[in-house]
Design a protein around this ligand. Sequence first.
Ligand code: ZN
Length: 218
Amino acid sequence: MIGTWRAACASFRLSSQILRGQYRGVGTSCCHLSKLLMRNIKESPAKRMVSITWKDNTTDVYPYIYLRDNCQCPECFFKDSNQRLVDVVRDVDIKVKPSRVELSEDGTNLSITWPDGHVTVLDADFLSKKRLPSEAELKGRVCTDVTTRKVELWGSEFKKYIPRMKFHDILNNEAVEFEFLNSLYRYGLALVTDMPIQEGQVEKLGDRIGYLRMTTYG
Ligand SMILES: [Zn+2]
């Protein structure tokens, strides 16, 4: 059971790495924007987003729920471990609209007041790093397919159908290994069963399907 749980954690970590890798292009292409200042903002309540025009006249759009999810205040985010403290899926209406959005006079900060009185303040550098890829950027990338094709969303009913594979089968049988990777890609989840209880087994699995990287959690 512990092995299964640990493997599930490893699976999550690995799938996160895969997904992060697909967006690596965004991270590098946005570097020129960091340290920029905001020139002005425009709200689009119907689309539930705010667009920011930077000093160099480029524009990026930020959905309201995305801004709420990225609140960096001590109530919402624990900086030491890079962890969110608010479960936006559970606690925030996905259609949330701020009661007020303000740009500081010097263009360095965006202040958003939410209907419950909570205030999110995000600085220009953070916002530029968190910019989302434009539709044109997504179209030009192979990852458009990867992020939308054959990816399936699931609810609580999925717990009955979570794909399960035996540890030794993944390591010794390429068809099962493929099934495991495909499940990670398609559902973001796979359960590994029958794991030996000795230390180092998760690393074996990691080495088999990719490589291990340090995370905030070790
Ligand atoms: Zn907050």
